[in-house]
Design a protein around this ligand. Structure first.
Ligand code: CTP
Ligand code: MG
Length: 409
């Protein structure tokens, strides 16, 4: 059972948006806010229980929507009816969590574009206790709330005035102010106690937690985690989605080409092992004129073939003494250079490593980063074995297959 949970509050009526429908069900660029918020929560790496707090009169619709979005992960998601205000809705969500949950994040469905990284940042800060700096004079042990809460915060950019009616009383020192967002994270037991003793509804969970004596610290927020409250916010959300889609798509009207590269090297236990531009100490190396880095060579070939520029042997000479023992880096950078001369640049590379060893899973990120630095574009690395079949299955050698997408510059 997951030790962490996210409560997504989605039971509000959306009065200020004024569309006559519950806000979480309002679409942003064709997709309901609740779907967008939920989809992000479901991408979190660790198992996370999710409670969706829905409008009481839309429970069936909400359950259907959750089943649709969560699919096989539906078992992790519970839907409960909300209350008259946000405070009551959060309490309804907290009530159904099992006591085994240690950390809970409370999130507004209306902050539907909040990136997953913000959830991870808050979870990490609650979990590690990093949020409390050493030497800090804050004592939380005796507080009703107990533990440390974490809120994502952004600096206030507008000049802020205190007013009485329409008369400005003073300018408030903005350097001491932040705007806070969700998700806000807490130890579950502490947040439950805080809600149980709360005497008045606060506008956020950190307010409830702090009123009960809990300590709340901030982590950096994200501009995309803004709350959709008004029509203007809805337009802003639509613009953010459009911008994200634009950044992800490749304009197919420009010259886009695809390349493929395959390389195979036999193991040689007497040479150091270098695969995907990383050293694997203690693993058998790969034989070859160069350093035998089949992954780098496959990437190089994929880049060259995408540009119609031949292959690694033809371009760099498998017996050329200049490349004896050369690292894979030299070939990949060489291929990128040749592409540039041809007016092309890499957009994305994918490479699959096929073999029993070395195991790349634990070093995937490192390998992707090393290859991406040489390619100058994102590189995705995956690995597989051949179920004991063939030369890779017998552990005689390693195969790498790469594809590359390049476009005109
Ligand atoms: N919320 C809730 N239950 C309520 C009120 C609010 O779950 N009774 C949730 C909303 O669905 C939203 C979040 O709390 O995700 C933040 O609230 P807010 O932005 O105020 O949403 P609404 O109350 O729906 O909007 P309005 O105040 O304009 O009616
Ligand atoms: Mg409200």
């Amino acid at each position: 059972m997951a030790a962490r949970a996210v409560v997504v509050v989605a039971a509000g009526s959306g009065t200020r948006l004024g569309l006559g429908t519950a806000k979480a069900f309002v679409p942003v660029a064709g997709e309901r806010m609740l779907v967008r918020a939920l989809r992000t929560v479901l991408t979190l790496a660790e198992p996370t229980l999710v409670v969706v707090v829905a409008p009481a009169d839309r429970m069936d619709e909400c359950r259907a929507l959750v089943a649709d979005v969560a699919g096989a992960a539906s078992g992790y998601v519970t839907v409960v009816p909300g209350g008259a205000d946000r405070h009551a809705s959060v309490q309804a969500g907290l009530a159904v969590l099992p006591d085994s949950v240690e950390t809970v994040l409370v999130h507004d469905a209306a902050r539907c574009l909040t990136p997953a990284s913000q959830f991870e940042r808050v979870f990490a800060a609650v979990g590690s206790g990093d949020a409390v700096e050493s030497g800090d004079a804050v004592e939380s042990g005796d507080a009703v709330a107990g533990g440390v809460g974490v809120v994502p915060a952004l600096p206030v950019t507008d000049t802020v005035k205190r007013v009485a009616g329409d008369v400005v009383v003073e300018t408030v020192d903005r350097s001491a102010l932040v705007g806070v967002q969700t998700p806000q994270g807490f130890p579950l037991a502490g947040l439950r106690r805080a809600y149980a003793v709360a005497e008045r509804a606060e506008t956020d969970d950190a307010g409830v937690f702090q009123a009960a004596g809990g300590v709340v610290r901030t982590v950096p927020g994200d501009a995309d985690a803004f709350k959709v409250t008004t029509r203007w916010d809805l337009g802003r959300a639509e613009a953010v989605v459009a911008e994200r889609a634009g950044a992800r798509s490749v304009d197919l009207r420009v010259d886009v080409r695809v390349g493929l590269g395959v390389d195979v090297h036999a193991f040689d236990p007497d040479v150091p092992c270098r695969v995907g531009m990383l050293d694997f100490p203690g693993e058998p190396g790969l034989s070859g004129h160069s350093d035998g880095d089949a992954v780098a060579h496959a990437v190089c070939d994929a880049l060259l073939s995408a540009g119609g520029l031949g292959d690694i042997g033809g371009r760099f000479g498998t017996s050329d003494p200049r490349f004896a023992g050369a690292s894979g880096d030299v070939f990949v950078r060489g291929a990128v250079e040749l592409l540039r001369d041809a007016g092309l640049e890499p957009v994305r590379v994918t490479v699959q490593v096929i073999g029993n060893r070395p195991r790349i899973g634990a070093r995937r990120d490192e390998m992707q980063d090393a290859l991406a630095a040489a390619v100058g574009a994102p590189v995705a690395v995956s690995g597989t074995t051949t179920d004991g079949l063939g030369f890779t299955g017998r552990g005689e050698g390693l195969t790498a297959i790469a594809t590359a997408l390049v476009r005109s510059r």
